[in-house]
Design a protein. Sequence first.
Length: 369
Amino acid sequence: MLYKLAEWINAKFSPPGFDVFRFLTFRSAMAAITALLFCFIIGPKIINILKKKQIGEAKKEDGPKFHWSKAGTPTMGGFILLLSVLIPVLLWGDLSNTYVLIMLFVTISLGAVGFLDDYLKVIKKYKKGLVEKYKLLFQLLVGLTVAALVYFLPEFHNINSVTTIPFLKNYEFDFSYFYIPIVVFIIVATSNAVNLTDGLDGLATGTVGIVALTLGVIAYVSGNVEAAKYLNIIYLKGNGELAIYCTALAGASLGFLWYNSYPAQVFMGDTGSLALGGAVGTLCILVKKEFLLPLLGGIFFVETVSVILQRYYFKYTKKKYGEGRRIFKMAPLHHHFEMKGIPEPKIVVRFYIVAVILAIMALATFKIR
């Protein structure tokens, strides 16, 4: 809105200094700052409301016993995150840009699914929240919508099912008719992967911020003709606008981390984690870096794999030996390290370090090929 207003004022009156609104770097920086400040402003207010309404985390019997003390901590704080992302994007983004509109759709839709799940669990006291098959159905519908938009809209003509492969130069891979199910899988998988990662104070929040900032750089160069040509990647007209969404997400993550870091004053709940996960997956799809996701989102990938391995190994050994055995002390992986006696803040910081290394490696793939 501010972007369009500034454009109109500049075209009508040409005041000095208004040209700065045309620059993507300026608007991206302002989106990050706005998100951060907005988070600081609304954060305490929403946390107080959640406390007054007694909307707190339930005691998890299947989780580590030393997490039981966190019961009662305000949850559904994903509202803080989502508002702090959406408002800056609406203010500084080009709302006629298809990429931006798709991101807004995914964020709001999956945020609504997460809210419904949290509402049923925390307020209505349904132990399992939204029935798994319905949650999955909603996620599939969001994924299918994004897949159809990318595959059929004229803006994506000639590049709809094409992607690049890390470390391979002058080679583009075409998913062809498999693209739609691949997109659906990516969105559903990343949405749930971030949800699984959100088990320690600040872990998912900080990691998403690191990934978002990296994707912002990728979106910027992908939407710049000269940069795309120099790096020998697919040029995506208008893709640079995603940098505004990414910096807003990074700024909002940093602001939310102020309240979500150990010991957490608020949890994001499924309201935040499902939306953020879906956003990360969709961003990788829109910048045509689907194969980069397991590397860039390595933390989410490993956390998910640890759960899958633990579950299937337990079932396999129970069937073979009569008793279930485990690979990890507890899954997801962050709980394994907790059970080994490593303090929660140290685990989180170490995961951040790994996330930064993976982000650098992901950016390095643009030149190492």
